[in-house]
Design a protein around this ligand. Structure first.
Ligand code: NG1
Ligand code: MG
Length: 522
């Protein structure tokens, strides 16, 4: 079957899951199909699927413009859809309808934004509405949209840093695209490529009220099978699959959920969005200190500071690989952060008034340029946040370089030393998230320590943090033993009531999954 957008169209789900997961996945798809018929009295026209992701390394740096290295996981969001050409009503039901009430609306005209979304109302269906509205606006649709009867089912744990939110938004964008295809075709519009679908999804999620980067949506839509994905954001979105050396004993990434949920939408003013603003403030002040030209829009993140600075001073590239050049630049930026923000007065945080004064802006100007969503803080940490961002990107570059060198090496590299290097970078990332970015928590600390004791080469929080899941690098043949240890020492102690499927879903190894796909078949 050919695809009309470049989101793959499939008629067999076996391409989406690894052998051990396939049987239960089939059951779940079958149930979705059956429930859809029960609910709407017809079969769905298609099922859209977008996966969650686990970030291997590169935390809280996507919104600072830096590259990250996540991998799509097998847990995903599915939306079964029937298109209604006669009636524009949109109905979005959830398989867990007791917990997630159905959304029903008749789209408003384009100039009124199609559907109202209140980011302050923390409801599940906002994520669908964000994808629906985002898609139609980005594609500049003016016609009345076709009606959509939808049934959603998600297996990505919520609030766990595995990106259940983006899996849902990406899936909604994809479902809307497929359902509204006839309008685009009628208006002679080119259907978006999968790359454009990723960009649309990144923009759409902003409607939910978080000032997020683009890692999750790019990973969910653009991942390729059997690989992690290196994602760059600046100057444009660019993705490169990263493979692990096939000649070495296989490794696995084990996900373990602390079960401390951190709902980003609820805590954003004092956590996620605050971090975005702190890094923006740091970028502004560094740019000023380094005499860089800041565009009138004020948009200037820490990656642009780095690029502009080295262009200004004329960086010497001769004789250096790309990774070596990047590492040298990032190391220099860390020194600059020490000089500019490492003083007694600034190091432990400053007031908002001081941030504005150092930025050469009034409080009103700063707010207008950099604070699109409400935030609350007594102190703003410029030193710690900027130091984390440049240090974390240096680890991303080292991680990727280590994998690529090992994958292309003609002579055998020692598995032990390679895995120890990668694990060491993951451990250093965890320390930085804990000490500098302040996005860890006691349970994440405990679980990552336990993971190392249980034989992981490295272990760190994944996603936004403040709870949620950890990711650990483990030799594949040690995975059963590793999981048994974590079950006993962490879940046995903190969640003794958890057993069976629930416990298996709290700690599991996920094979790299492929990105978004639309299933058309029966
Ligand atoms: P999660 O863990 O899904 O809340 C968030 C952001 C990412 C990235 C990470 C931290 C969204 C949709 N996701 O992820 O862009 O900044 O935190 O690295 O905002
Ligand atoms: Mg999320």
């Amino acid at each position: 079957m050919t695809s009309s957008t470049s989101i793959p169209v499939i008629d067999d789900i076996s391409v989406l899951y690894s052998a051990p997961k396939l049987a239960s996945a089939r059951e779940r798809w079958f149930e979705l199909h059956a429930k859809f018929q029960e609910l709407y009295g017809q079969v769905p026209d298609f099922i859209a699927r977008s996966p969650g992701r686990v970030n291997l390394i590169g935390e809280h740096i996507d919104y600072a413009g830096f590259g990250v290295l996540p991998m799509a996981i097998e847990d995903d969001c599915l939306i079964a859809v029937a298109i209604d050409h006669a009636n524009p009503t949109v109905q979005v039901a959830n398989m867990s309808h007791e917990k997630y009430p159905t959304l029903n609306f008749i789209p408003k005209p384009a100039e009124q934004g199609f559907v109202d979304i209140d980011p302050k109302a923390h409801i599940w269906s906002n994520y669908f509405a964000a994808g629906f509205r985002g898609f139609l606006e980005e594609m500049n649709v003016r016609d009345t949209p076709k009606g959509m009867k939808c049934l959603m089912n998600g297996t990505v744990p919520t609030g766990a840093g595995l990106s259940s939110s983006s899996a849902f938004v990406c899936c909604a964008v994809q479902a809307t695209c497929k359902a509204q295809e006839s309008i685009l075709v009628k208006n002679a519009q080119t259907l978006p490529s999968s790359y454009e679908m990723a960009v649309i999804s990144i923009r759409s999620e902003q409607y939910v009220g978080t000032m997020g980067g683009g890692m999750d949506q790019a990973c969910s839509i653009l991942s390729k099978p059997k690989s992690a994905l290196f994602i760059e954001f600046h100057p444009v979105l660019k993705v490169t699959p990263v493979f692990f050396p096939s000649t070495l004993p296989p490794i696995a990434f084990v996900i373990a959920n602390t079960l401390v949920t951190s709902d980003k939408a609820v805590t954003a003013p004092v956590r996620y969005n605050l971090r975005v603003v702190e890094t923006r403030g740091a970028a502004r002040i560094l740019a000023k200190t380094l005499n860089l030209e800041i565009p009138a829009s004020g948009k200037f993140h820490l990656k642009q500071v780095l690029d502009a600075h080295f262009e200004n001073i004329g960086f010497e590239y001769t004789g250096k690989t790309e990774a070596e050049a990047d590492i040298e630049k990032l190391t220099t930026m860390i020194d600059i952060v020490e000089q500019v923000f490492g003083t007694e007065e600034i190091k432990d945080g400053v007031s908002f008034a001081k941030v504005c004064e150092m930025s050469d802006l009034s409080e009103q100007e700063f707010t207008k340029l950099y604070i699109q969503q409400p935030i609350r803080a007594e102190k703003y940490h410029l030193y710690r946040r900027a130091k984390h961002v440049y240090g974390e990107e240096r680890r991303v570059v080292q991680f990727r370089d280590t994998c690529e060198k090992a994958a292309s090496a003609s002579k055998q590299v020692s598995a032990e030393s390679l895995f120890a290097q990668l694990g060491g970078l993951m451990n250093a990332s965890q320390d930085s998230c804990h000490n500098l970015f302040d996005c860890s928590c006691d349970e994440l600390e405990e679980l990552t320590k336990l993971a190392r004791q249980a034989g992981a080469y490295g272990s760190r929080l994944t996603g936004a943090g403040w709870g949620g899941a950890t990711v650990s690098l483990v030799a594949e043949d040690k995975v059963p033993e590793f999981i048994a240890h974590i079950k006993k020492e962490f879940y046995g102690k903190h969640h003794p009531q958890l057993t069976g499927k629930e416990l298996d879903h709290a700690v599991f190894a996920s094979a790299p999954s492929s990105g978004a796909a639309t299933f058309i078949g029966n």
